[in-house]
Design a protein around this ligand. Structure first.
Ligand SMILES: [Zn+2]
Length: 418
């Protein structure tokens, strides 16, 4: 019996047309299973590099390339990634590194960072020689920048792949607005395909910040004084624009983005630690803050969105931003001042705990917002804390205390909303 088990859509920017390959192979007639990916490997050299993904079942895959920086994007349906720890962190041939994960609800993605412009060849979905698994594979070969970019519609490719609407988010995010209570939006950074920083023992920033966000959400909800929303409550990718849109549509009164930093430089990675609070500024307070913002703003690129995506929106936003920033900026720095005092009692702070830079997720015209780097995953002591549920409770309690103080002050000042 022949059952359709998968297909591959191949889209390269230089070709500017879509090619559809279909793989028909024998498989038992079971109810359609959710495919899981169990291994991902690279082979080859700097002229031709092969990528292989072992799947429990055939799926419909789409492959295409993006520039700035050069990447190969593989879009898959609901694939469960069960790959060994560390998969993708070491490159080979034309691939520097690759990452994988949920890009949106029901949509998996693999992003390969390549050393330069590449072309995709020999894409196939075949039954493994032994066993029941399906091997999805393709080769990438070098090409020159001109033929990579010719023709192209690179923006179109990315736009088609950006999730159209914010993915469904779990309660309490979707709950109707509780009148009278300040709306607090907690924004755990990264998620899904974008792991954020990764510690040497494979602790992911996306998991740490989600755990702290959930604890903070629980404590704020328990206080009963706030209407608590979250930009994500599961391991899913949310673009920076979607985070901004969520904040806007939910009429947020305070937006708190949670992150954890990591330093690559071996000489300082062991010693530098502590929490830092960032507020928005077009001009960075210092070089470290500038690099931090650059790193966090790259989230969309890491997840395979095009660099050109949303740039028009950005212009509009920056106009609004100029009109509104003075008021919200004052509220943001008020909150940052309260926060630094409260965090001091709960954890170690970095050398300069209040900094500013042009974080895209803080470009909010309607609500005061801060971004907290909870600590450094590259520092062994910080890493221990970041992985400790007891510390999560402690840090969430001090953020809650800061929120209490901030809103109590705002009420006294007779201005419950900016
Ligand atoms: Zn981050």
């Amino acid at each position: 019996m022949r059952t359709r088990t998968g297909s591959i859509g191949l889209r390269t920017i230089s070709a500017a047309f879509a090619m559809l390959l279909q793989a028909w192979i024998c498989a038992p007639a079971l109810a359609e299973p959710l495919a899981s990916a169990t291994a991902a490997t690279l082979a080859g050299d700097q002229y031709r590099t092969s990528f292989q993904l072992e799947l429990s079942a055939g799926v419909t895959a789409e492959i295409y390339t993006l520039a700035n920086p050069y990447r190969v994007i593989v879009d898959l349906p609901d694939v469960q990634f069960r790959l060994p720890d560390g998969t993708g962190q070491d490159g080979r041939g034309l691939v520097r590194t690759f990452r994988y994960g949920l890009f949106a609800e029901g949509k998996g993605r693999v992003v390969l960072d390549t050393t330069g412009p590449v072309r995709i060849e020999r894409a196939a979905m075949t039954a493994a020689p032994q066993g029941e698994s399906i091997v999805f594979s393709f080769d990438i070969v070098t090409t020159d920048p001109a033929s990579f970019g010719l023709g192209t519609g690179s923006g179109k490719a990315a736009a088609e792949n950006a999730p159209k609407a914010p993915p469904p988010v779990e309660p309490p995010t979707n709950a109707p607005k509780q009148s009278g209570k300040p709306v607090i939006m907690i924004d755990p950074g990264h998620g899904g395909i974008d792991a954020g920083a990764i510690s040497t023992s494979n602790l992911f920033e996306k998991d740490v910040v989600l755990a702290v966000a959930k604890e903070l959400g629980r404590q704020l909800a328990a206080a009963g004084r706030y209407d608590v929303r979250m930009t994500r409550a599961s391991d899913v990718f949310i673009s920076l624009d979607q985070r901004l849109n969520l904040s806007m549509t939910h009429g947020v009164d305070l937006f708190i983005s949670l992150h954890a930093d990591s330093l690559a430089e071996q000489n300082v990675a062991q010693t530098i630690r502590g929490a830092t609070i960032y507020t928005l500024s077009e001009r960075a307070s210092d070089e470290q803050a500038r690099r931090m913002a650059e790193k966090e703003n790259a989230s969309d690129l890491l997840a395979g969105l095009n660099a050109a995506d949303g740039q028009g929106d950005d212009e509009v936003k920056s106009i609004l931003f100029d009109l509104m920033k003075r008021e919200t900026a004052n509220f943001s720095s008020d909150f940052s001042n309260v926060l630094v005092r409260k965090l001091k009692s709960a954890t170690t702070l970095s050398r300069a705990p209040q900094r500013a830079a042009a974080f895209k997720v803080l470009k909010q015209t309607h609500a005061p917002s801060v971004l907290i780097e909870l600590g450094y995953l590259s520092n062994p002591e910080d890493e221990k804390l970041l992985n400790s549920p007891a510390w999560h409770k402690q840090i969430a309690a001090s953020i809650t205390a800061a929120i209490d103080t901030y809103f109590a002050k705002r009420r006294t000042a007779g201005s419950p909303r900016p």
